[in-house]
Design a protein around this ligand. Structure first.
Ligand code: FES
Ligand SMILES: [Fe+2]
Length: 372
């Protein structure tokens, strides 16, 4: 791809890339954590878009996000103590309310109103804690993507997180181009790949030509007759695979897929399955990519299986394999990041499979231009 985000045909001359790394989009909701992990009394340190935050749950059950730096002598508030709905700095005892204003200053009768730390908009929704590190006046809760399916009790959910020593845009790229699954993950989630000499190379879920631009992301959806979900429980009968993958700004991956009785793809003539079509096996994955610093990224991942499709033992086994696969991504992307960091004049060759990520980078470029 080139600097304008154009696709180069395979084999075309490489084009100079200004930078594969992107600055963070500050005026956006970012996933700061799994909400359930922030229980009362817990002080969670998080860095989101270069902002060092402390998250906690007040006695009223509400999440709070404050700057992790006391206004007095800059002690970390994450070394403090939750008291009611506020937070006390445990260096010299200043207490802040959930809005960041000083409510108590030991030794002084009146709390100085000017003494405050920054409070960030934070919303608990669909099991996740979302923070807005940019201009609080622009934080519209309606912009949080609908992940209501995570509240559906039919799903058996597994989730975790890990960190990358890499710019978040490289992690986004990875999720936007799933042609890597059968190669990078050949020993975990992938399927044996036929070499070109032996036959056609057919990575699944990789029909980048199907990519379509959404208002806030890129969608790929389609039928793969005879296809398999990336992580399919044993004993799932063969059938037609339908997958819809949305990747939304600033870095949210939502994938829904199901295996349907053979012939369903033909009956649907390209359209998604209808409510009358019952999936033989369902899958759901949600991943969130949160920039911490220029070259550090936190990655939240969730996989869900319909509880009626497989035993707990079986889904647990798939989950363990998936976690191994996520580490394969980390090793590869961190290696890629090191090459990028040491070769600033990098030249890349674009291929057709880059289409989704070029579309997404184009969208990010527009949003970043407005992110002042
Ligand atoms: S540094 Fe926090 S009270 Fe002094
Ligand atoms: Fe991967």
């Amino acid at each position: 791809m080139d600097e304008q985000g154009e696709i180069l045909p395979p084999g075309a001359a490489s084009t100079r890339i200004a930078s594969l790394e992107l600055p963070p989009l500050r005026n956006a909701w970012h996933v700061a954590g799994w909400a359930a992990e922030i229980t009362e009394g817990v002080l969670a340190r998080r860095t989101v878009c270069d902002e060092r935050l402390v998250l906690y749950r007040g006695s009223n059950g509400k999440l709070v996000a404050l700057q992790d730096r006391c206004a007095h002598r800059w002690a970390p508030l994450s070394m403090g103590r939750v008291e009611g709905t506020g937070l006390r700095c445990m260096y010299h005892g200043i207490k802040y309310g959930s809005d960041g204003h000083c409510v108590e200053l030991p030794g002084q009768e009146k709390a100085p109103t000017a003494l405050c730390v920054r409070a960030y908009p934070i919303v608990e929704r669909h099991r996740l804690a979302w923070v807005w590190p940019g201009d609080a006046a622009r934080a519209d809760e309606n912009l949080i993507p609908d992940l209501g399916m995570l509240d559906d009790p039919q799903w058996r959910l597994y989730h975790g997180h890990l960190e990358y020593e890499a710019n978040y845009a490289l992690v986004n790229d990875n999720l936007l181009d799933l042609t890597h699954v059968n190669f990078l993950h050949e020993n975990t989630l992938g399927r044996p790949v036929q070499t070109a000499a032996a036959g056609e190379v057919r990575p699944p879920l990789a029909r980048s030509a199907d990519a379509q631009r959404l208002e806030s992301g890129v969608r790929r959806e389609g039928w793969y007759p005879g296809g398999r979900l990336v992580a399919t429980p044993r004993g799932t009968p063969d059938g037609d695979l339908w997958v819809r993958t949305d990747f939304l700004v600033p870095g949210l991956y939502i994938s829904r897929g199901g295996i349907y009785a053979p012939g369903t793809a033909a009956a649907c003539t390209g359209s998604p399955p209808q409510s009358r079509h019952r999936a033989l096996c369902d899958g759901l994955a949600v991943h969130a990519v949160t920039p911490m610093t220029a070259r550090r990224t936190r990655y939240f991942y969730l996989q869900a299986f319909r509880a009626s499709d497989a035993s707990e033992e079986e889904t647990e086994a798939i989950w363990q394999i998936s976690k191994e696969a996520f580490l394969e991504d980390v090793r590869m992307i961190e290696g890629q990041q090191q090459n990028i960091a040491t070769h600033p004049g990098l030249r890349l060759a674009g291929i057709a499979a880059d289409r989704s990520l070029v579309m997404f980078r184009g969208l990010m470029k527009t949003l970043l231009a407005r992110d002042k």
